[in-house]
Design a protein around this ligand. Structure first.
Ligand code: IMO
Ligand code: MG
Length: 421
């Protein structure tokens, strides 16, 4: 059994820059696979002056010769997917020639999107701040064993199955007092399902494992470790396993086949939606990070919450994922700070700890280590030897604390701007 599956995933609350790294790594892998999540993801790809936000499409989509797999662990919305494929077509790529979809991938229905909205508006202050893409309700139906899968669209009784599930949803709308007109989205959904039928559907476990006998594959995570349904800040999480184990279940690959695990983090933290964020900044510094880092949602456009790098949370993410290679993003957004802070411990109930509390509502006071800023414009740097000493000291400190080498440093959005160490 060859160890040929590498995994790349986010170590924070999503938006770490996974798209850029998968896109630059994709040149080395003949295949890229998504294993969880759905159109809640927004992976920004910048190449040859183009900008594309990959949502359901794996980030290898613009690499000639790269096979892109959508795994069984993903939730796919045919409407969002068709829209995205049409965008890709404008850039000269026919997704049908490059994408293979597991027959076991879960289908998002229009009523799942509405359920997401209905639950969020009923939750009041306890709302998750979801992306409203129907992610939670679709995974709920999967776990309840009533969901539909991509393979079902090829069956003659697809409409019947769809109606049966839709009726369950209509009952919930009634209970919640949510206005929904059943026919509203159906025609558009039918059209998108027809389009989906033109794709190559696969028995993905066999496809992926046969592939790995011959060639390597890169598994592309969506969201981040701290949004994992088991290990994140529950209930303020997404509904899938965003961590390394999710790549195994979401593709049907044995753990022993995993080779490298690339963990991506930003030199600061951001979060969209509700939930704990120990190092969050509410002042001008937070505002400056948001401005400099263009921290606005790629999917929903929402301003992201911002804060200093949190090494307690990052270490936790390194452990859970078995990270072998760290990738640091966007440190150039801190070029213009006199002092840079890094949280190295938490104070919880008067006690200093380096562990993340399991209670989501724990009152956490971050303990910071301060660094002198490098005050040098690093944007676009691709040569490590020109990096200033204060910056390299900062990198060495992070590596020491995390116990894993930072193998790549990205100091700018373009595909080519990357330092490999
Ligand atoms: P990428 O892949 C950042 C957040 C939402 C919300 C919570 C649950 O671009 O990093 P959901 O719609 O998944 O039920 O929302 O998770 N969230 C993300 N935050 N980046 C993402 O994806 C996210 N996908 C979901 O804001 O707090
Ligand atoms: Mg995003």
């Amino acid at each position: 059994m060859k160890k040929q599956l590498d995994i790349v995933l986010g170590l924070q609350w999503g938006d770490e820059g996974k798209g850029k790294i998968v896109d630059s790594l994709a040149g080395r892998y003949p295949a890229v696979a998504r294993f969880q999540g759905g159109p809640n993801a927004g992976h920004s790809l910048q190449f040859n002056g183009n900008n594309f936000v990959a949502k359901s499409l794996p980030s290898g989509i613009f690499r000639d010769g790269c096979v892109n797999v959508i795994g069984n662990g993903v939730v796919l919305d045919p409407q969002a997917f068709m829209k995205e494929c049409k965008e890709a077509a404008k850039l000269g790529v026919d997704a049908r020639e490059r994408v293979l979809i597991s027959r076991k991938t879960s289908l998002i229905l229009p009523t799942h999107r509405h359920l997401d909205a209905a639950y969020e508006s009923a939750a009041g202050k306890g709302k998750i701040g979801s992306t409203l893409r129907g992610i939670g309700p679709t995974y709920t139906d999967k776990a309840a064993r009533v969901g539909l899968r991509v393979g079902d669209i090829m069956e003659p009784d697809f409409e019947e199955k769809w109606n049966k599930l839709k009726n369950r949803h209509l009952d919930i709308f009634k209970q919640l007092g949510y206005e929904y007109s059943p026919q509203a989205d159906d025609a558009a959904y039918r059209e998108a399902v027809d389009y989906l039928r033109t794709f190559r559907l696969i028995n993905s476990e066999y496809f992926v494992n046969n592939w790995l006998d011959e060639k390597p594959m890169l598994a592309e995570g969506a969201q981040g470790t701290l949004l994992d349904v088991d290990h994140g800040s529950y209930p303020f999480v997404t509904s899938s396993n965003t961590t390394a184990g999710g790549a195994c279940t979401g593709l049907g690959v044995a753990p022993g086949r995993v080779n490298r695990v690339y963990g991506i983090f930003k030199a600061y933290c951001t979060r969209v939606g509700s939930g704990p964020f120990p190092t969050e900044l509410f002042d001008e510094t937070g505002e400056k990070i948001r401005r400099t880092g263009h921290e606005f949602g790629a999917v929903t456009g929402r301003p992201r919450r911002t804060g200093w790098l949190d090494l307690v949370a990052l270490k936790y993410a390194v452990i859970i994922n078995g990270v072998t290679d760290l990738v640091m993003m966007k440190a150039d957004c801190l070029d213009d700070f006199e002092t840079i802070k890094v949280c190295t411990a938490y104070k919880v109930g008067g006690e200093i700890t380096k562990e993340m509390p399991s209670e989501t509502d724990a009152a956490i006071e971050p303990v910071y280590t301060e660094f002198k800023g490098w005050n040098t414009d690093l944007c676009g740097v691709t040569d490590e030897s020109v990096l200033p000493k204060p910056f390299m000291d900062y990198v060495a400190f992070l590596e020491g604390e995390l116990g894993v080498p930072i193998r790549m440093i990205s100091l700018g959005p373009d595909r080519e701007t990357i330092i490999e160490r």
